[in-house]
Ligand binder design. Structure first.
Ligand code: FE2
Ligand code: FE2
Length: 431
């Protein structure tokens, strides 16, 4: 769920529009989350030991082993400049776990298809990517070749992606824990998805060590704001985040396979198998939604479906256009790439959501592009040296225009969709 690239895009949903309460600490604490790796510690794609970050033990059990590289790199690294949180920053999510327990109680909800969840569970237990995330010497060498602005943008990509993956890990881990008694099969799937996200986050964080940096995930766990979404919204947002993550990864993988000259850093070579994890996660949420028809079958469900599609697509488009140097650096046209991802995700989503946006209407892209221009104006105002009061006044017409465009996008005639009878919930390899 990052911009840069977001396997788990839930963290990028424009959540402040929905957030009803927040758990946990101050955002200012984020400022110490990114630093050089603590002595002797580095992430690896293997599991088993508890992880220790910044001399503290986290409750998260995954994937940190001693790394010779981390030991070698420990000296002499300045902390990285800290990005500020904004509407577009990857977020951490929490939900109403008691309501979740009711939704997955087999005595209350007769729509739960146990055979379907057992079949999905077997897929997750098979753990197809158990040995996939193994690094090699190419990583460090490639990172050393990346210099100047491109190096910075790669670092940002790794940070945001790692934060997003880690956000998924935390949410799924907690859901696995809380649903254990109510629905053991669903709980185990959540736990196994958290295993996948931990691997993804660990692999990205190890990538940061190639640039002599590391994200202090233990610190982030405690210090980051958590945005509350009720279960219905968690389902929409995570489904979309997983599917959009799949389409982003597979699109980049295919592009770089066809254009190997742009393969600037070896992490992209792992995307083919990696994206299958995200696809499986999305299929699981599809099955969860099918078991909760009240979230799919009325006019409110249609309105919320469109809202979440819009939030996820707009956030990705604005985020990526702010970082077009990254996409251009790997030989992609940012807007073309994003539109491809949006269209494919929307088609996939239309198989389960009762309504989706008409993203293939040229007006949709025109409005997205106008939002990009407005967002650039906002950024220019923020960077200017005028007094804060004047900045706020300058922002008013720009924000008004953005709201107007968002409403226009939302109220474009939607595409009626969702055909539960046709949805195939068997996990599939999709290429
Ligand atoms: Fe992931
Ligand atoms: Fe995922």
């Amino acid at each position: 769920m990052a911009s840069g690239i977001a396997p788990c895009y839930v963290s990028n949903v424009v959540s402040p529009l929905l957030a009803s309460k927040e758990a946990a600490a101050s955002s200012s604490a984020l400022s110490s989350a990114i630093s050089a790796p603590p002595p002797g510690l580095g992430f690896a794609a293997r599991t088993r030991s508890c992880f220790r970050i910044g001399q503290k033990y986290s409750t998260a059990r995954f994937s940190v082993v001693m790394s010779a590289e981390a030991v070698k790199e420990k000296a002499g690294k300045a902390p990285k400049e800290v990005p500020k949180e904004s509407l577009l920053t990857p977020r951490f999510y929490t939900t109403d776990f008691e309501e979740m327990e009711k939704l997955f109680n087999k005595d209350i909800n007769k729509n739960l298809n146990e055979a379907e969840f057992e079949a999905l569970l077997a897929e997750f237990r098979a753990d197809y990517n158990q040995t996939h995330f193994v690094r090699n010497a190419e990583f460090k060498a490639a990172a050393e070749k990346l210099q100047g602005p491109l190096r910075q943008i790669f670092v940002e990509f790794l940070e945001r992606s790692c934060t997003a993956e880690f956000s998924g890990f935390l949410l799924y881990k907690e859901l696995g824990r809380r649903l254990k008694k109510t629905n053991p099969a669903v709980a185990e799937i959540f736990t196994l998805m958290s295993r996948d996200e931990a691997r993804h986050a660990g692999f990205l964080n190890k990538g940061l060590s190639d640039f002599n940096l590391a994200l202090d995930l233990g610190f982030l766990t405690k210090a980051r704001k958590y945005t509350f979404f009720k279960p219905q919204f968690i389902f929409y947002a995570t489904y979309l985040s997983e599917k959009i993550g799949y389409w982003r990864y597979i699109t980049i993988y295919r592009h770089l396979k066809a254009n190997p000259d742009y393969q600037l850093y070896p992490i992209f070579k792992y995307f083919e198998n990696w994206c299958q994890d995200e696809n499986r996660h999305g299929d699981f949420f599809s099955a969860l939604l099918k078991a909760q028809p009240q979230f799919l079958n009325d006019w409110k469900a249609k309105l919320w479906s469109r809202f979440f599609c819009l939030s996820v697509y707009v956030t990705m488009y604005l985020n990526d256009c702010q970082r077009s140097a990254f996409y251009e650096g790997i030989g992609l046209n940012t807007k073309e790439f994003d539109m491809h991802v949006i269209i494919e995700t929307n088609r996939t989503t239309g198989r389960i959501f009762p309504a989706v946006l008409d993203v293939e209407n040229p007006i949709f892209k025109e409005k997205l592009d106008h939002l990009v221009e407005l967002n650039e104006k906002l950024a220019a105002i923020s960077k200017s040296t005028v007094p804060p009061t004047l900045k706020n006044l300058q922002r008013i017409p720009v924000i008004s225009a953005m709201i107007s465009e968002l409403l226009a996008l939302y109220f474009m005639p939607p595409v009626e969709s969702g055909s539960l009878d046709y949805v195939d919930f068997e996990p599939q390899v999709v290429y």
